[in-house]
Write a protein that binds this ligand. Structure first.
Ligand code: SF4
Ligand code: SF4
Ligand code: SF4
Length: 210
């Protein structure tokens, strides 16, 4: 049986068995992502060579339901990580500090006795939400952090995270564009990271953006 050139690895939090740390993804997100992979044609260069990409040549998508990254999104060709958009309702905050203690990333600060989120440090895990005894924290929509071009193997590198967090639909669209780039451009000796960060060219190619 032929191997798919595109692999999806999901952390336990994405699966029905679940994980207590999981940030809720839209119910059909993982299924839609899997369907995208399934309907992308194999890379043309491999078809021309009459062989499939070997295990280390395949395009790996990692989907994680929290920043703990159990499915190794930082070394996937495309890493997608769910993040909750947390906000503090200042009027309801008693300044108790439970959220500061609960945050593993030092992303909550207290100013004039009221908690506030440091968006640059927040990874969207939602631990602070669960810790607030006053109901002063609100969860916005689930967003997706996207990391591009990570890999292990002979020339390992960490994926580069897009500055903007994406709505789930936009993340699926991005995955579709990445898969199309692989179908068109993946060939022996060239990994997705080489396509998305071509040597000698600064920045990301224009197709990354919608
Ligand atoms: S990445 Fe987070 S949600 Fe997924 S299995 Fe690990 S701890 Fe659980
Ligand atoms: S969502 Fe997580 S990282 Fe962000 S402030 Fe809350 S506990 Fe810290
Ligand atoms: S846990 Fe809630 S009430 Fe306490 S400081 Fe944080 S936001 Fe305010």
């Amino acid at each position: 049986m032929p191997h798919s050139p595109y692999i999806l690895e999901c952390c336990r939090g994405v699966k029905p068995s679940g994980c207590t740390r999981a940030v809720a993804l839209p119910g059909d997100f993982a299924e839609e992502l899997a369907a995208l992979l399934a309907r992308t044609p194999p890379p043309g260069a491999y078809a021309a060579l009459g062989r499939e990409p070997r295990h280390h040549e395949r395009f790996r998508v990692s989907l994680c339901a929290c920043p703990n990254g159990c499915a190794r999104p930082h070394v996937a060709d495309l890493g997608l990580v769910a993040a909750v958009d947390v906000r503090v309702e200042a009027a309801a905050c008693t300044g108790c500090g439970a959220c500061l203690a609960a945050c593993p990333d030092g992303a909550v600060v207290r100013t004039d006795g009221v908690a506030a989120i440091d968006a640059a440090r927040c990874l969207g895990c939602g631990h602070c939400l669960a810790a607030c005894p006053a109901g002063a924290m609100a969860a916005g929509p689930t967003l997706i952090r996207a990391l591009l071009g990570g890999r292990l193997g002979r020339r390992p590198r960490l994926g580069v995270e897009l500055r903007e967090r994406l709505a789930p639909r936009s993340a699926l669209n991005l995955a579709g564009r990445c898969l199309r780039a692989c179908a068109d451009g993946l060939r022996p000796g060239l990994r997705f990271g080489d396509i998305v960060f071509p040597a000698g060219k600064p920045g990301l190619p224009a197709w990354v953006w919608p």
